[in-house]
Design a binder for this molecule. Structure first.
Ligand code: GLN
Length: 511
């Protein structure tokens, strides 16, 4: 494998600026890597679409502009992958669903416009659980993505494609979306970094909505600084998104470069640990706390008692909103249309046969659940109660942040499980998000970074940092310190320890 693609986005940006490498060479190196490791029977399958010609054209344009001495964005020429839930002109957007197979958006998402303005070549669209519903990417209608650490394991979900692309050096950066953990949990199980910004901090215009009160677009990367760099590209107010903040977080890159925890109070959430958490995940979590303490942070325990009900409330609110958001896939407006085989050709029957054929089991399960929770007789008992629990969770966060600067927990209770292991057990699948969901319920920002390898299986575990609304900079500040100390203890980046990656590297060399 060419060493070039192993560098962080920040290092690649510096090489481009110093003209040690051209944007075309850099983009081509990533396209070559995708060609070598993504396809085939045992390929990573992080990409649903590869955008070769356009990516190279953008790169060539960057090189020309640089040659003319034009002032360029720091990340100009650094390639990126985009989760296929985010709409893009010139490439299909499927949301991982058959119902949108081959569909092209007539407009770009705001975040995509921002990538284009920064002149970042878009390598392609990454795989996901259908409409972002899942924790393993196995619910994609286009087949699962494999975890680069062990090809028989899941890369997390719903954004397994983005995380696996970054972990396998197919892309230095990617965009994800996080409704209940879909950026952070894939980060944890692939040994990468993922950030869910403050709700409203990054425009959701052009992200196909799953649950609008929870959805957030965010960065996926291999380092904390790289996520901060990308976060600053995509963040900011957007008049096209009515939930967009007018004063989103700033100073993210500066915070990642500063990386200092002296005198900071860090709260360990009592409820996010213990029963159901793998011993190796907890052991690496404990090591990280020790490191933060040695760097001068004060570690205290805090209790957020209502977090115990977050998962239950989420699985009422999210399906309710999703059932409404997905009503627009009706066989008339977008994508697939399946006509009934016999009987009258009414609009309802065309809708019914289209949705029956176009949606997968998990999407149907959630539409049924959401429709039920919202139905007149049950609204107060289910949806209404879940909204009250949501308020209690927000109050838990308020009380906790009155005592500490950031909160900390494992990102996911376990390391990557085997493909197929939880596919027939929706409840076991849902439990993966037990630690990530509270942040979405309250709109607070969260960052996941690798905490080390669990002793039982040698697979990466993740650690999650949570900060108050708009205080995203704190995540980068603390995350950068922890990352530096952890990497010192490992003698380099954690991905150097991935056995399947070494195998994949041979594949690239052979080509
Ligand atoms: N895994 C969670 C779910 O299935 C979260 C999904 C997400 O964040 N998009 O709902």
């Amino acid at each position: 494998m060419t060493e070039l693609i192993k560098h962080s986005a920040a290092a690649l940006a510096a090489k481009l600026a110093a003209r040690e490498v051209s944007a075309v060479e850099l983009t081509q190196a990533h396209l070559d890597r995708i060609a070598a490791v993504d396809g085939g029977e045992r390929g990573i399958h992080a990409f649903l679409h590869v955008n070769t010609a356009e990516a190279l054209a953008v790169a060539a344009d960057v090189d020309e502009r640089r040659a003319r001495g034009e002032e360029l964005h720091e990340l100009a020429g650094v390639p990126i992958a985009v989760k296929d839930l985010i709409v893009t002109v010139g490439q299909p957007t499927t949301a991982g669903s058959k119902i949108l197979e081959g569909w092209h958006s007539p407009y770009d998402a705001t975040v995509v416009k921002k990538l284009r303005a920064a002149r970042m070549p878009i390598l392609g669209k990454t795989n996901l659980d259908e409409f972002a519903m899942g924790s393993s990417t196995e619910h994609s209608a286009y087949g699962p993505t494999r975890n680069p650490w062990d090809l028989d394991r899941i890369p997390g979900g719903s954004g397994g494609g983005s995380a696996a692309a970054v972990a396998s050096f197919e892309a230095p950066l990617a965009l994800g979306t996080d409704t209940g953990g879909s950026i952070r949990q894939p980060g944890a199980v692939t040994g990468t970094v993922g950030v869910k910004p403050t709700y409203g901090g990054v425009s959701r215009y052009g992200a196909i909505a799953m649950a609008s009160s929870l959805d957030q677009i965010g960065p996926v990367s291999r380092t904390v600084l790289d996520s901060a760099l990308l976060h600053e590209v995509i963040g900011g107010h957007d008049p096209f998104d009515s939930t967009s903040l007018t004063d989103p977080a700033t100073g993210l890159v500066a915070a990642a470069r500063l990386g200092n925890v002296k005198g900071m109070k860090i709260g360990v959430v009592k409820e996010l640990g213990g029963e159901g958490y793998q011993a190796g995940v907890e052991a690496r979590f404990a090591d990280s706390l020790e490191m933060l303490r040695s760097a001068g942070a004060e570690i205290v325990e805090v209790s957020c008692p209502n977090f115990d009900y977050a998962l239950g409330a989420y699985y009422l609110i999210m399906p309710s909103e999703a059932s409404s958001n997905l009503a627009k896939f009706d066989g008339v407006r977008y994508g697939l249309r399946v006509l009934p085989e016999d009987g009258p050709m009414t609009i309802e029957r065309v809708m019914g046969s289209t949705r029956a054929a176009g949606f997968g089991d998990e999407v149907k399960r959630r539409i049924i659940l959401g429709t039920y929770a919202l139905s007149a007789g049950y609204y107060d008992a289910y949806y209404g109660s879940a909204q009250k629990v949501r308020t209690l969770i927000q109050r838990d966060f308020d009380a906790a942040f009155a005592q500490v600067d950031v909160l900390i927990s494992p990102t996911a209770p376990t390391t990557a499980f085997k493909l197929g292991e939880k596919l027939d057990d929706p409840l076991a699948m849902y439990l993966n998000d037990v630690a990530t969901i509270p942040a979405n319920m309250a709109g607070v920002p969260g960052l996941s970074l690798p905490s080390g390898l669990a002793d039982e299986d040698g697979l990466p575990a993740g650690i999650q940092l949570l900060a108050p609304v708009r205080q995203d900079a704190r995540l980068y500040r603390v995350g950068a310190v922890l990352e530096t100390m952890l990497e010192q203890s490992w003698g380099g980046p954690i991905l150097a320890k991935a056995p399947a990656l070494a195998e994949l590297a041979k594949t690239t060399e052979a080509k």
